[in-house]
Design a protein around this ligand. Structure first.
Ligand code: NAD
Ligand code: 1GP
Ligand code: ZN
Length: 348
């Protein structure tokens, strides 16, 4: 009997371009949602663009969050219930978007993603990543009903947020290699479509490297397109596998042992250099990954991340413990092997 089935959840409307924030209410109208909107944001995005949202939704209730946490999710759930909201609008970087994503799951309502930074593919994905104590929960949730990515706004964001988005996409190279490896060694389910889309997204971004420069709105356009495409790959796969392998385990571990030092995308980029070394050796493609990151202005060393070498080694040797996801790290790399990889690749 043929018993396979799949359920692919994707955003229904993706608006991207100069000034599209002012089309937010039109994009929402197209979704035929009922009830009032509720705005979830954080201080800087609220200051930068909150009023442009409020101007389109008269009297919209809101919360501004300082951090992503389960407490923040509860705060949003309570406030949105109090306001009798029908759906959420998340305005900001990854933190308010992740909190709104998880809160909308709890509230059983939809949410709209309005990124103010092209900093990672969580702005489109159906995964929410919330730290709790010593660990980080990356949980399945529904992707946004719509994404409204205003390239004018994104181009004005601090440049390092955009280079973090670039690095999150470049890390797809090693994520796909890890996924293929897990398929071959552990019979993990693999989607050719999702793997190919994720890899092609990284290739196209690297191919556009010359147009990715600070002050160019086209950079925000190229990076956002790639983030959307990577998010779609995750939706097709029904997991973050196409965009998250050992380099992400390394970054999640850094978030535990050295929280708040560097951006998610920058950490996974540096992780990707080292995990590519593990995949293909000293003469392998890790130099391509390092050079692509460097061309786009993303960090390639521990120093540039602002993290000391010892912490890098600790994260690399313990990353496999983060979650049950088979990667090139297997059951863990030894300290000697980690030091060698980090040294040969110039990370430390
Ligand atoms: N759900 C997922 O799949 C996924 C993927 C990657 C990362 N994440 C999570 O996202 C979070 C990190 O996201 P992030 O890097 O966007 O961090 P963030 O949301 O904390 O934003 C970084 C900083 O940039 C500021 N900012 C945002 N837009 C700005 C703008 N236009 N101008 C000036 N400042 C602006 C924010 O206020 C914040 O201080 C982490 O919690 C991470 O775990 C989730
Ligand atoms: O599932 P995780 O590891 O949080 O990855 C999601 C996203 O960061 C992929 O780029
Ligand atoms: Zn990522």
């Amino acid at each position: 009997m043929f018993d396979k089935s799949t359920w692919i959840k994707l955003p229904r409307n993706v608006l991207q371009g100069h000034g599209v924030l002012d089309d937010l209410s039109a994009a929402v109208d197209e979704l035929y949602l009922s009830g009032d909107p509720f705005l979830v944001t954080s201080p800087s995005p609220d200051r930068i663009a909150g009023d442009r949202v409020r101007d389109q939704f008269d009297g919209i209730a809101s919360v501004s969050l300082d951090r992503a946490s389960f407490e923040s999710v509860e705060r949003v759930v309570d406030a949105a219930r109090e306001a009798d909201a029908g759906y959420l609008i998340a305005l900001g970087g990854g933190k308010p978007i992740d909190v709104a994503k998880m809160a909308s799951d709890r509230l059983d309502c939809g949410f709209i993603s309005v990124p103010t930074a092209a900093s990672h593919d969580g702005i489109v994905s159906g995964r929410s990543s919330i730290p709790e104590g010593d660990t980080r929960h990356s949980v399945a949730a529904d992707p946004p009903l719509a994404v409204v990515a205003d390239t004018e706004l994104l181009a004005e964001a601090p440049w390092e947020l955009t280079t973090a988005g670039c690095a999150d996409i470049i890390s797809n190279y090693t994520a796909v290699k890890d996924w293929e490896l897990a398929h071959r060694l552990k019979n993990v389910e693999y989607s050719e479509y999702a793997g190919a889309l994720s890899q092609m997204t990284a290739e196209m971004l690297v191919g556009s490297a010359d147009s990715i420069k600070p002050g160019l709105e086209e950079s925000a356009w190229i990076v956002t397109k790639a983030l959307v495409s990577s998010g779609v790959a995750m939706s097709i796969a029904g997991s973050s596998r196409p965009a998250s392998g050992a380099e992400h385990l390394f970054s999640h571990q850094l978030d535990r042992i050295a929280p708040g030092r560097a951006l998610h995308g920058h950490q996974v980029g540096v992780g990707s250099i080292m995990t590519e070394y593990f995949h293909s050796g000293a003469r392998g493609e890790w130099t391509d990954i390092r050079d692509a990151l460097s061309t786009m202005g993303a960090p390639t060393t521990a120093d540039e991340l602002g993290i000391d070498g010892e912490t890098i080694i600790e994260a690399l040797t313990t990353a496999h413990e983060i979650r049950d996801r088979y990667t090139i790290l297997g059951n863990g790399v030894s300290e000697e092997a980690a030091i060698e990889a980090a040294t040969i690749t110039g990370v430390i």
